[in-house]
Design a protein. Structure first.
Length: 91
């Protein structure tokens, strides 16, 4: 059985008074951008890693911890500056 709930863009679940954290709502809004961009960004990150010559375990760990944060932030920017304006233009 698949259960789901609809979350409005203001952070409230349909039919509920519960509010969700704005960051999670923003990531949810940008989820399609995240889906589209993450493979390209992961590929680019591998190239950056070799270009920066990251070999130290500590630097590699820092790089791998920062990577998902950077990917989410870039996806949020893409959603804000590319996807949303295109959706408005097309609607």
């Amino acid at each position: 059985m698949l259960a789901h709930s609809v979350i409005r863009s203001d952070g409230e679940r349909a039919g509920s008074r519960h509010r969700y954290p704005w960051a999670l709502v923003a990531i949810g809004d940008a989820s399609y951008s995240l889906y589209l961009l993450h493979t390209f960004l992961l590929d680019a990150s591998g190239r950056w890693r070799f270009h920066l010559d990251i070999q130290s375990p500590r630097l590699l760990l820092a790089f791998l911890v920062a990577l998902p944060i950077v990917i989410v932030l870039l996806s949020l920017l893409w959603y804000r500056w590319v996807e949303r304006p295109l959706l408005k233009l097309l609607s």
